[in-house]
Ligand binder design. Sequence first.
Ligand SMILES: Nc1ncnc2c1ncn2[C@@H]1O[C@H](COP(=O)(O)OP(=O)(O)OP(=O)(O)O)[C@@H](O)[C@H]1O
Ligand code: SF4
Ligand SMILES: [Mg+2]
Length: 375
Amino acid sequence: MTKADTAPEQSPLLRPNILEAEGIVKQFGSSRLFGRSDPVRAVDGVSLQVRKGERLAIVGESGCGKSTLGRCLLRLIEADAGSVRFEGVDLMSLDDKAMRQTRKALQIVFQDPYASLNPRHTVATLIGEPIRFHGLAKGRDVADHVARMLGLVGLPEAYASRYPHEFSGGQRQRIAIARALASGPRLLVGDEPVSALDVSIQAQIINLLEDLGSELGFTLVLIAHNLAVIRHVSERVAVMYLGEIVEFAPADALFETPLHPYTQALIASAPIADPAARRQHALLDGDPPSPSRPPSGCRFHTRCAHARARCSSERPVSETVEGGRSVSCHFWREIAAAGASAPLAFTPSIQRQQRIAVFADALRQPSSQGGSITP
Ligand SMILES: Nc1ncnc2c1ncn2[C@@H]1O[C@H](COP(=O)(O)OP(=O)(O)OP(=O)(O)O)[C@@H](O)[C@H]1O
Ligand code: SF4
Ligand SMILES: [Mg+2]
């Protein structure tokens, strides 16, 4: 696939869908060792469209179902209900052989490069495995393919004969990315691909994924905790709370004018939050309730600063909003109107724009630790 095929300069809203998920549900049965307990509703009716060539982020607190959703989208685990169409093909309808064939187009990079790379295999074997498995090269050509992949992720081809333990965390994640990209995926899910790394190295890996996405034209679904990373890299953002998507919006709009009280609290509570946002919005208090017994009505009502009687009895539906957005809150219009009447409510401050620029610069800086690729 070439860069021109995906027209990356085009607004994500105008691009065709590469993946369409409808009503995804995934529950995990609880242990019966200590008596009956309710299943965990990790993902509870999520619908999502991913546009070709975009960088889409999925964000939310720990345990809200991000990884489970990511795995369901790639059919790494089977959803209990719902459908996933990839390039128009219903993934759930594929038999094992067809799914294996499709797998090369759907890849994932995990959080922990220590766990995801078999320590007994050389880099050549690790990266060569998907190349051989999918029949992309044979014999000596596999080594050439491996060398090309190492070059793509900024590592010398001489590293092919080494083992994972000989590398730093950042280098290992580069190897994991090379392995994931070796089969030429058209959709890559990054499940917290930098959260186990040093902050300085995080920036390099995120920039690498962004650059490779533009160069190779793959679509990136990025699961991440760090709102600064998401703000910098993603074009659209899905915000999850207790197994549901509560807000979906282009990244700029989401950060400038978050509509859902949960998104507002998440942004206000983040380390990079704008002081104006902190003044305007309640910070996020306490932990989310258990996903095995989610609150009635709006699941966020037990923590929402705007909750009223209706919120605990009636589940909000997702409402489509101008600008390619959607939000699930009974009172989002009133909350937005009240915020808009306050002078600093939803106006991006110059200070905030400067902070984003400073963060973007920090992400671009080569670091003393991760920039060199010494063994
Ligand atoms: N294999 C499993 N068996 C039982 N419960 C599971 C399993 N995988 C996930 N869960 C539960 O499902 C819920 C969602 O988990 P998930 O890992 O998808 O969340 P997450 O948003 O990715 O969290 P984190 O940010 O910590 O990675 C959690 O309550 C988790 O404990
Ligand atoms: S529906 Fe009610 S509880 Fe839920 S986010 Fe909106 S105001 Fe808060
Ligand atoms: Mg996770």
